[in-house]
Design a protein around this ligand. Structure first.
Ligand code: ZN
Ligand code: FE
Ligand code: FE
Length: 301
């Protein structure tokens, strides 16, 4: 199922998120429960969850995912306060995820901030063991990372080490980000079957609870993490479109996190590409004029 990242905020809150997803013709979506770059969160009672759920139901949306804010870091061994805060916050965030009606919270595993891979991975394991217990309702899907800075989770081997250390690892899942895999060195464009085989060496494919479908601005192995619009990057349309048609992922949320389109030299106004990218992926035909078209359409509106 295909969808995109959508916003959450203002008066409409989660109801607005569902409306945004529907405006793109999406079958699923992903939300942050508040601003992704901070950890201020509203009470569940103010989030208009029942209305949002009713709207999803009447439109046949059965699944969506929550993304944890990317500023919390479970890999931090340097600042104990930051680690404790991350644990506390993520435990709450998992409750929010379940209360909103999702079974998956996507998480960037963490970064070792200079202390090395082993220290970081041990700390992530420690954190996940403080967060997860037998009664945890939603899963944590660990996202494959590009390897920028000291990010961990850049290989299936690292993910397997994390799973191995987590007691309730039946609550863990994976989120594959195509841009991140490419930037981490995996041959997404040329041999995606090989990438999945590398995954299956450690994890059955049913552990993949979410796919982030992004093209990349950088070459394979660049360790950069800069997303590009579908078909306009180094992975290219054919591979990304083929992933959306794979029967293995027919029931997996496939989420676009591609950049908004801006006017040349203008930062203030930017336009969501998702309606157009979803339609293009469904059509199976790349439109090299797509970005121009989005700009033109938005400016006429
Ligand atoms: Zn992410
Ligand atoms: Fe992602
Ligand atoms: Fe990214």
């Amino acid at each position: 199922m295909l969808g995109s990242h959508v916003g959450l905020g203002g008066k409409e809150q989660f109801l607005g998120s569902v409306k945004e997803a529907l405006s793109y013709g999406a079958e699923t979506f992903m939300v942050y429960t508040g601003a992704p770059q901070n950890t201020r969160r509203k009470d569940l009672a103010e989030m208009r969850i029942p209305e949002a759920q009713a709207l999803m139901k009447s439109n046949g949306i059965t699944e969506f995912v929550v993304h944890a804010p990317y500023i919390v870091n479970l890999g931090n061994t340097v600042k104990p306060d930051a680690f404790d805060f991350a644990v506390e916050f993520l435990r709450e965030e998992l409750r929010r995820t379940a209360a909103m009606g999702s079974r998956t919270m996507v998480l960037h595993p963490g970064a070792h901030v200079g202390e090395g891979e082993d220290a970081g991975i041990m700390q992530i394991i420690k954190g996940l063991n403080l967060i997860l217990d037998a009664d945890t309702e939603a899963h944590i899907a660990l996202e494959t990372m590009a390897g920028k800075g000291s990010e961990l989770g850049t290989s299936f081997e690292q993910m397997a080490r994390i799973y191995d250390g987590v007691i309730h690892n039946s609550k863990l899942r994976l989120c594959l980000d195509t841009c991140h895999l490419n930037d981490a060195g995996y041959p997404v464009k040329d041999d995606f079957e090989g990438v999945l085989a590398a995954c299956e060496w450690h994890f059955p494919l049913n552990q993949i609870a979410c796919i982030h479908l992004n093209d990349s601005k950088n070459e394979q192995g660049a360790a950069k993490d800069r997303h590009e619009n579908i078909g306009f990057g180094t992975i290219g349309f054919d591979r990304l479109c083929a992933i959306t048609k794979m029967t293995e992922f027919a029931n997996t949320p496939i989420i676009l996190e591609t950049p908004y389109v801006t006017k040349e030299g203008e930062k203030e106004r930017s336009y969501s590409p998702y309606k157009h990218e979803i339609a293009m992926l469904r059509s199976g035909v790349f439109d090299p004029e797509l970005i121009e078209k989005i700009r033109r359409e938005a400016e006429q509106a």
